[in-house]
Design a protein around this ligand. Structure first.
Ligand code: ADE
Length: 236
């Protein structure tokens, strides 16, 4: 997977993507990171990339031409000139979830255009964006953090990125339920004991306990997820 990230703040993307597990994945070349600074595509000598919105209103908008040219550069860098999805993080997009992370992890390359300030001129969005994506119903100052969220969630699904191959599929959402609670040493901490079944060495019992805890936790914290899970199995 190669991510082509178009941004006015390359440092923000580097800080997020080159740290910890995703950083290791980049160093091991399991994930490619191509950061394109939209400011390099400014169309005037002052280096400006934004302007006032027609009709008035707060803030500045990113202009069409620098964004368009930056996307054109990203497309040129796509291996074999394939059709590549162009994601645009925006609160107005499709809600990003684990199934979308799986869907995107099947792509060979992705282009993500990070807007900043009040957003981007609608005309260039219409022309280049294939997938407006929201990471939740709240408003951030730009698309860089959502891009980092998307990269992280997608990268960890790429074979080899998580060293423990099975750990991605026991996580929350992978089976439609939240994950069970986990414990490590010491056996007693602040008077709280690790559930004895986890020390029993009986794998069947441990599995059943974890499944039960998963159901219980999902019912308590995300009842709508549990209802969906039960409906899909004809139990509700
Ligand atoms: N840009 C600003 N807020 C956002 C959000 N919630 N999701 C994706 N992109 C955004």
């Amino acid at each position: 997977m190669v991510f082509h990230i178009l941004t006015l703040f390359p440092e923000l993307i580097k800080a997020a993507a080159l740290t910890s597990i995703t950083g290791r994945a980049v160093r091991q070349e399991l994930v490619g990171l191509d950061i394109i600074d939209i400011r390099d595509f400014s169309i005037n000598r002052y280096g400006s990339v934004d302007d006032y919105p027609y009709g008035g209103g707060a803030g500045m908008l990113m202009m069409c031409e620098p964004v368009f040219n930056a996307v054109a550069m990203a497309k040129k860098r796509v291996t074999g000139n394939k059709e590549t999805r162009v994601l645009y993080p925006t609160p107005q997009g499709r809600i990003f979830d684990q199934s979308m992370a799986h869907e995107l992890s099947g792509e060979e390359e992705l282009i993500i255009v990070c807007g900043h300030y009040e957003g981007v001129d609608e005309r260039v969005i219409e022309e280049v964006v294939t997938d407006p994506v929201s990471i939740g119903d709240y408003v951030l100052t730009g698309g860089e953090l959502p891009a980092a969220v998307i990269m992280d969630a997608v990268s960890r699904l790429i074979p080899g990125v998580l060293h423990n191959g099975s750990s991605a599929d026991t996580e929350s959402f992978e089976n439609g339920l939240l994950e069970y609670p986990q414990y490590t040493r010491p056996e007693i901490w602040h008077g709280k004991e690790v559930p004895p079944v986890l020390l029993s060495g009986d794998h069947g019992k441990v599995e059943r306990w974890r499944f039960h805890e998963s159901l219980k936790r999902t019912g308590e914290r995300r009842p709508e997820l549990l209802r969906k899970w039960l409906k899909e199995r004809g139990i509700w």
